[in-house]
Design a protein around this ligand. Structure first.
Ligand SMILES: [Zn+2]
Length: 454
């Protein structure tokens, strides 16, 4: 029987990644992500999965981000009971992210019930923190670089992707075919992450295209941070950094520590004010994982900040008028402790609100970086008079040129390259480039498309 691939997410969007590979009755689901963002996408999380979860034998996760892992608790709740293969660090990070996701789903449902705006009575969470904890018991961590047999005819291997801690490119070998899933590709030359592993061989390739139509700025993030921090400090202001808790917060700590060590920035106190970012930093400073930095460098980086664990201490930061640097979540200011800091700091032109990456449409981060004069927080309008900057070069994704460079490692063209994990314009731009520059056969699949991998 010819292996068959079905695209159940991560096509036409960067969210909901789910690719079902069927070989001789074996069903492998590569990634199990939540749809996020626009409502018509999020509704797909509630529709029954087009394949019976009970019939799936194995789940393989490329990395811990929720758009790749966040559907797993529901898959388990609906009957999946096989192993979930990941790297150790992905397992550790999912241990943080999945229960937190369940907790937020519960809060949303409670909120909808209190305000009575849900069509469903009572509104139910997609899954709970408890469901997430149950799903974690199915995880089975696998080492990078070694082949893992999952059936008589199918083996898989994880290779470092350099995107976030634990992130992997997945190679699947079945009979004489090699199928490669790029996962999310990191940026070569990053200060904190390893480069994406060059892969030489694939009969079929799925490649991400988040930035398939864009090129990152080339400035050194430390140069930019230095300027922003010093000019804010010269005004006597505070730098508030809404940051993604996993990955981005740790890169920021590294850059801040280096700048302080070189005495390039004013010696302001740094606070890491997010329980999730603190836990992620503790994992980052642990022994495991595939790191570019040594254990000593990582511990030094995390040592630059004071960890703020309690909510009262977080609120106390705003009472003290001393200039400081606060790193807090969430990264797009959609929730979390950063909101009460925004209420306090956004109104004063002395301060800087420093965003650190892609801001999805409809978020406070997007409206502030587009120059909004006020934002709504907890039901009230907060004037935005602080300087607002977005440091996009801290992105954890390869840009179009870097994806092209990674593709050039393949010794011969795959039979088909599927362009996934991108908004339609980005995916199509990358398809065009691969066809033009490499002369490969490409396809931009649609949701629920099925292809035979002959
Ligand atoms: Zn990711």
């Amino acid at each position: 029987m010819i292996p068959r691939l079905t695209f159940l997410g991560g096509v036409g969007t960067v969210t909901g990644s789910k690719y079902l590979l069927e070989v001789e009755g074996l069903r492998v689901l590569v990634d199990c992500g939540l749809f996020q963002g626009f409502k018509q996408l999020r509704l797909r999380n509630w529709a029954p999965l087009p394949v019976d979860p009970e019939s799936i034998d194995v789940v393989v996760l490329t990395h811990a981000h929720l758009d790749h892992s966040g559907y797993l608790p529901l898959l388990v709740k609906k009957g999946f009971s096989g192993p979930v293969l990941t790297t150790q660090s992905t397992r550790d990070l999912c241990g943080l992210l999945l229960p937190d996701s369940g907790y937020l789903q519960e809060k949303d449902a409670e909120y909808a019930n209190r305000h009575g705006f849900s069509k469903h009575h009572p509104a139910l969470p997609l899954y709970t923190a408890e469901d997430a904890l149950v799903s974690l018991t199915y995880f089975s961590p696998v080492a990078f670089r070694s082949w893992q047999r999952i059936s008589e005819r199918v083996s898989i291997r994880f290779q470092p992707a350099g995107h976030i801690l634990g992130a992997a490119i997945v190679e699947v070998h079945c009979d004489d075919r090699r199928i490669v899933f790029s996962g999310d590709l990191g940026r070569p030359g990053s200060a904190t992450m390893v480069d994406p592993t060059p892969i030489k061989q694939a009969d079929y390739l799925l490649v991400e295209s988040t930035y398939g139509n864009r090129r990152h700025e080339e400035q050194d993030p430390q140069d930019e941070l230095e300027e922003i921090i010093n000019r804010t400090a010269a005004r006597g202001g505070t730098i508030l950094i809404p940051s993604f808790a996993v990955g981005r917060a740790q890169s920021l700590l590294y850059h801040l520590e280096r700048l302080k060590a070189a005495k390039r920035i004013v010696d302001l106190p740094v606070f890491l004010d997010s329980p999730m970012a603190i836990h992620a930093s503790e994992i980052f400073c642990g022994d495991g994982g595939e790191h570019k930095l040594t254990l000593r460098q990582r511990r030094q980086a995390c040592g630059v900040a004071e960890y703020v664990r309690e909510v009262e201490d977080s609120k106390a930061l705003d009472q003290d008028s001393m200039p400081k640097i606060i790193i807090s979540a969430s990264g797009m200011a959609t929730g979390g402790r950063v909101l009460h800091h925004l209420k306090h700091y956004a109104r004063d032109p002395k301060n800087t609100i420093l965003f650190t990456g892609f801001q999805a449409g409809g978020t406070r981060g997007a409206s502030m970086t587009e120059g909004a004069e006020s934002v709504k927080i907890h039901g009230g309008y907060v004037p935005v008079r602080a300087e607002v900057v977005n440091l996009q070069m801290l992105s954890a994704h390869a840009d179009a040129d870097q994806i092209m460079d990674w593709l050039k490692n393949f010794e011969k063209p795959p039979k088909t390259t599927f362009i996934t994990h991108g908004e339609p314009a980005a995916a199509d731009a990358l398809r065009h480039r691969i066809e033009e520059e490499l002369d490969w056969t490409c396809q931009v699949p649609d949701y629920r498309d099925q292809v035979e991998l002959a």
